[in-house]
Design a protein around this ligand. Structure first.
Ligand code: GTP
Ligand code: MG
Length: 197
C-alpha cells in the first residue's frame, strides 16, 4: 500500500463523539511506551502525525487518522501505566474497552508488544480479554533494532508459547522497528488485504 494521504481527524475522550463508524478502522494499542505513536508515524511516513514521547502515558485520547481517504488508523492510550491515579486509569480502561467492544467498523486491533521483554502479564491479559470478546487482533513486536534478530526470535517464541496456554492458535505476528523501518510493507499489506472498505 502506498500512503497517499494521512490526516489527523479527531481526538476524543468519549465514545459518543467519535467519527461515524462508516469506514474500516485499525486500532493500535499496547503497554505505555511500547512505541505505538512511533510505529504509526513510521507506517504513514509522517514524522509528527502521532505525538511520541519518552514519558509513558503520552497518548491519553482516542486519536483518529484518515489514511488514503479510505481507512482510519486509531492511536489508543497505552494500558498498564502505573503513574496515573487508579480511578483515572479505570475510567480510561472502561472507555477503551467500550470502544473496542462496540465499534462496528473496527477491523482489527494491533496489539504492540515490546520485543525485548519476557511475556508480560498485562499483554497476555489484554489479549485474553480480546479473545473472550471475539475481537480480531494481531501481535506486533516493536523496537527490534535494539537487539539481535536471534533475541527477537527467542522473545517472540516465548510470547507465542505463553499465548498458546490460552489460545488454540497464535494470532498473526509481525516483527517491526520504527527506527529501522522494519515490517512496514508487511503490516501495510496485511491492512490492505483485510480492509473490507
Ligand atoms: P505512550 O503514548 O506514552 O503510551 O507511548 P507510545 O507507545 O506511543 O510510545 P512512543 O512511540 O511515544 O515511543 C516511546 C519511546 O520509545 C520513544 O522514546 C521512542 O523514540 C522510542 N521508540 C519507539 N519505537 C522505537 C523503535 O522502533 N526503536 C527504538 N530504538 N526506539 C523506539
Ligand atoms: Mg503514544
Amino acid at each position: 500500500m502506498i500512503i497517499k494521504s494521512a490526516t489527523f481527524i479527531a481526538s476524543n475522550t468519549r465514545s459518543d463523539k467519535l467519527p461515524p463508524p462508516v469506514i474500516p478502522e485499525y486500532a493500535f494499542i499496547g503497554r505505555s511506551n511500547v512505541g505505538k505513536s512511533s510505529l504509526i508515524n513510521m507506517l504513514t511516513d509522517r514524522k509528527g502525525l502521532a505525538k511520541t514521547s519518552q514519558t509513558p502515558g503520552k497518548t491519553q485520547l482516542i486519536n483518529h487518522f484518515l489514511i488514503n481517504e479510505n481507512w482510519y488508523l486509531v492511536d489508543l492510550p497505552g494500558y498498564g501505566y502505573a503513574k496515573i491515579s487508579k480511578s483515572k486509569r479505570e475510567e480510561w480502561e472502561k472507555f477503551i474497552r467500550y470502544y473496542l467492544r462496540h465499534r462496528e467498523s473496527l477491523q482489527c486491533v494491533m496489539v504492540l508488544v515490546d520485543s525485548r521483554l519476557e511475556p508480560q502479564k498485562a499483554d497476555l491479559d489484554f489479549c485474553c480479554w480480546l479473545g473472550e470478546n471475539s475481537i480480531p487482533f494481531v501481535v506486533v513486536y516493536t523496537k527490534t533494532d535494539k537487539q539481535s534478530r536471534v533475541k527477537t526470535d527467542q522473545r517472540a517464541a516465548a510470547f507465542r508459547k505463553a499465548m498458546l496456554q490460552y489460545f488454540e492458535e497464535m494470532p498473526q505476528q509481525f516483527i517491526t522497528s520504527s527506527e529501522a523501518r522494519e515490517g512496514r510493507d508487511t503490516l501495510l499489506a496485511f491492512i490492505d488485504e483485510t480492509n473490507k472498505g
